[in-house]
Design a protein around this ligand. Structure first.
Ligand code: FMN
Length: 206
């Protein structure tokens, strides 16, 4: 999937106070013929226009995590520094059976400290009018376990197929979504900066 302004983070010293916030965008569907790259492509193009954040895209389809979780697993080991370097996350998540796709849950369960005390935002979609909100609400419960802060406002795409044109293209500016994405990103960056400042004074102790 093409995405602009992608910087591959490496673990290092904490970011300077005014540095762009490191945001990892997680693309949560691995299905053959998935729509996820369309939604994720729209979101990363929009977010990539901002100079107050730097994006890294983690596509779950590129990382076949095992079902049982092993800290030594090479796939998890390769992903760990990218997730650890993130100061915030945005999950691009479809609703599957009123919840989240299984591979996303495996990804989440494969890590712990990497999610801890960080803000998490959601861009969700589905075929029904629910717009993926039930997957988002489940994820809020899951991320609470990591002391993560879930953003109040999400970007929801009900009846996702209605956004596609006759040629099967997802629009560059889906109706109403840009304002929702701005709200989400503004909230996310506020929390990321507030937590960056707090952690520079005192490491988070869970
Ligand atoms: C296993 C499965 C379960 C689904 N369950 C729901 C659901 O509960 N609610 C909904 O709105 N859409 C549901 N859908 C529709 C998906 O949200 C829709 O197909 C979406 O495009 C899936 O994302 P993807 O194409 O990126 O995989 C389901 C799809 C699949 C494959």
């Amino acid at each position: 999937m093409e995405s602009p302004q992608v910087s591959v983070p490496v673990p290092g010293p904490p970011p300077a106070a005014g540095a762009p916030v490191k945001v990892v965008v997680v693309v949560a569907s691995v299905r053959e013929g998935r729509l996820a790259p369309d939604v994720a492509g729209w979101f990363t193009a929009l977010a990539g226009r901002r100079d107050d954040l730097g994006l890294d895209v983690v596509d779950v389809a590129d990382h076949a995590l095992p079902g049982s979780l092993d800290a030594q697993d090479p796939v998890a080991a390769a992903l760990r520094p990218r997730l650890a370097a993130a100061e915030a996350f945005v999950l691009i998540v479809p609703e599957y059976n009123r919840s989240v796709p299984g591979p996303l849950k495996t990804l989440i369960d494969s890590f712990q400290a990497e999610w801890e005390a960080k803000p998490v935002g959601f861009v969700s979609y589905g075929l029904s009018l629910a717009g993926g909100v039930r997957a988002v609400e489940h994820l809020r419960q899951v991320f609470a376990e990591f002391h993560a802060v879930s953003m109040k406002d999400a970007v929801l795409f009900p009846r996702i197929l209605d956004h596609y044109d006759a040629q099967g293209r997802f629009p560059a500016e889906p109706e109403g979504a840009e304002a929702a994405a701005k709200l989400l990103l503004d909230q996310l960056l506020w929390w990321a900066r507030a937590l960056r400042d707090a952690k520079s004074v005192r490491p988070y102790g869970s």
